[in-house]
Write a protein that binds this ligand. Structure first.
Ligand code: TEU
Ligand code: CA
Length: 549
């Protein structure tokens, strides 16, 4: 049976404003990305997911699009985009774009027209409701970026809905003209040579506002099936939907192997278990490995053969993995490699977020004014005004602000990390002199070469792509170990998520058999004793031919 091409690829996410600045205006851009394609080819990735590069007032760094058909001038031109597609293709790298169609910018011509009059042909592209009798918003809903989800439009006297900032009005997917316009736009980009989309908050497009249903709305899957049929369905695309609301049952609908919706979704269960149920990311919970393993094992086993997983620790909204789950101080390199090994050898398509392959860390700016992210700034102001402790809020920002991921990429040890000759839009992380691409490329023991090897292993060993998954030692609070098996291979992945040495007992059939060490972050291991002692943050992988009885 032929498997889709995206089963054995690795995707690399680029956040364009922070990747590489070619013209020294302090902002990353498309020519900057083109200049680093050889680096990405050396890493070995197959696909680039480009965060939004479209025209935008940049209220949410491009997740507020004012023209889906054109490139933001700070990032370049359509000609640069064509050149990026062509140059990437020469290196066998394909591009997927970020599709942000739950909302547009309030500066999109559709919204500009819509707010001019209730009779505008675009009025119904957005979601308008009458104020309550006392003039207050139609409901109490709270936006993700602070304040009400409803904004009063003075001119026409109605409120419009925005789940994110008030400069991101939600599109009205109940109006058939909206999907029609979106599908046509998607097809134009596919015709231009991109191979798919990462779909921003796609689980929100089926919403039923008056019944208070936002995620997983009643029309969601119909709309995705219609989109699939009208656009990428015939094109052998890679599509990945961002779906914070997805559980495994839901993910099996999105990523059904018959292919009538999406290739896969980003689910976030492994992320939100690290947050407080009430205060969310602003009150992080201590990391609990047993819980994390349960979540991974559930997704691995339930989607096996019935869907497809995406594998990620990081993206542009999340803290750096080595800071969250590893030890960025004493064991930065070793724990970053351990995390890469633990993640990449599960079943699914791995995503690497720029800088993760260097073991880049979180940043701690002293002042909230050094943060640029709209969510961080708004929520800090809102929560401190509501009486939350400012110091506690700063600590939460240090742990979970989206700007942890967004500081400029570290290319070398020169001023501004080689990202720009000028002051970047967001300050660089001061640790760039030790952690950067130039250093990694010189050091055979760097995090970079571990990622490079993991990508190569995926191409060489089908058991990584298609093998069964079995969690070992489920109750161990420091060790994450699992088996991948197929009719001819057994692969053991064994990782220590702690700064202590730990001794474990692995199942009898694995002991004393000579195998091949596929990868490790300390010395090679080819055989297992009765009592296996793992060093702090040690990770290794052994493969045996034939399944043990
Ligand atoms: O993210 C969805 C989202 O809900 C984020 O706001 C994120 O969950 C938040 O940080 C949690 O506290 C997507 C994009 O990835 C994000 O960058 C955008 O800001 C957002 O949609 C709106 O387009
Ligand atoms: Ca620039």
């Amino acid at each position: 049976m032929a498997h889709p091409w995206w089963h054995n690829v690795v995707v690399y996410q680029i956040y364009p404003r922070s990747f590489m600045d070619s013209n020294n205006d302090g902002m990353g851009d498309l020519p900057g990305i083109i200049s680093k394609l050889d680096y990405l080819a050396q890493l070995g990735i197959d696909v680039i997911w480009l965060s939004p590069v479209f025209k935008s007032p940049m209220d949410d760094n491009g997740y507020d699009i004012s023209d889906y058909e054109d490139i933001a001038p700070e990032f370049g031109t359509l000609a640069d985009m064509d050149r990026l597609i062509a140059e990437a293709s020469k290196r066998s790298i394909r591009i997927i774009l970020d599709l942000v169609v739950n909302h547009s910018s309030d500066e999109h011509p559709w919204f500009v027209s819509a707010r001019q009059s209730k009779d505008s042909p675009y009025r119904d592209f957005y979601i308008w409701r009458q104020p309550k009798a006392d003039g207050s918003p139609p409901s109490e809903l709270h936006s993700y970026f602070g304040g009400s989800m409803w904004e009063l439009d003075e001119a026409t006297g109605e409120y419009y809905l925005h789940q994110f900032s008030k400069k991101q009005p939600d599109l009205n997917w109940d109006n058939p003209a909206v999907p029609e316009a979106v599908h046509a736009m998607m097809n134009r980009w596919l015709d231009r040579g991109i191979v798919g989309f990462r779909m921003d908050v796609i689980d929100l497009i089926g919403k039923d506002v008056d019944r208070g249903i936002f995620a997983r709305g009643p029309k969601l899957h119909d709309r995705l099936q219609a989109m699939n049929q009208a656009t990428f369905g015939q094109r052998d695309a890679l599509t990945v939907g961002e779906a914070w609301s997805a559980d495994t049952e839901e993910a099996k609908r999105y990523a059904n192997p018959n292919g009538n919706e999406l290739s896969m979704v980003f689910q976030f269960e492994h992320i939100v278990i690290g947050w407080d149920p009430e205060h969310g990311k602003w009150k992080p919970r201590p990391f609990n490995l047993v819980e994390l393993k349960q979540v991974f094992a559930k997704w691995q086993t339930e989607l096996h053969g019935q869907g497809w997983n995406s594998l990620f620790w990081n993206n542009h909204d999340l803290p750096r993995a080595v800071s969250k789950y590893g030890d960025p101080g004493h064991y930065r390199v070793r724990s970053a490699k351990m995390l890469a090994i633990a993640l990449h050898l599960m079943q699914g398509t791995p995503y690497i977020y720029q800088g993760e392959e260097l073991g880049m860390t979180n940043v701690q700016f002293d002042s909230v004014d050094d943060y640029q992210d709209i969510e961080t700034r708004n929520l800090y102001a809102e929560r401190v005004a509501a009486g939350h402790d400012a110091a506690e809020m700063m600590a939460a920002i240090h742990e979970n602000s989206r700007d942890n991921a967004r500081t400029p990429m570290h290319w070398d040890a020169s001023e501004q990390a080689g990202f720009s000759q000028n002051q970047p839009w967001l300050k660089v992380n001061p640790n760039y002199r030790e952690i950067n691409v130039a250093q990694c490329l010189e050091d055979p023991g760097s995090v970079f070469y571990c990622y490079q090897k993991l990508i190569k292993l995926r191409k060489a060993h089908d058991v990584i792509v298609h093998g069964d998954f079995e969690l070992l030692l489920p109750d161990h609070d420091k060790v994450f170990a699992y088996l991948r098996t197929d009719p001819t291979n057994t692969m053991l992945v064994c990782t220590n998520f702690s700064a202590e040495s730990v001794t474990v007992q692995l199942p009898e059939p694995l002991l004393n058999r000579q195998g091949e060490c596929l990868i490790s972050n300390l010395e090679e291991r080819t055989i297992l004793d009765n009592n296996l002692t793992l060093a702090p943050y040690e990770a290794f992988v052994i493969r045996w031919e034939k399944t043990p009885e």
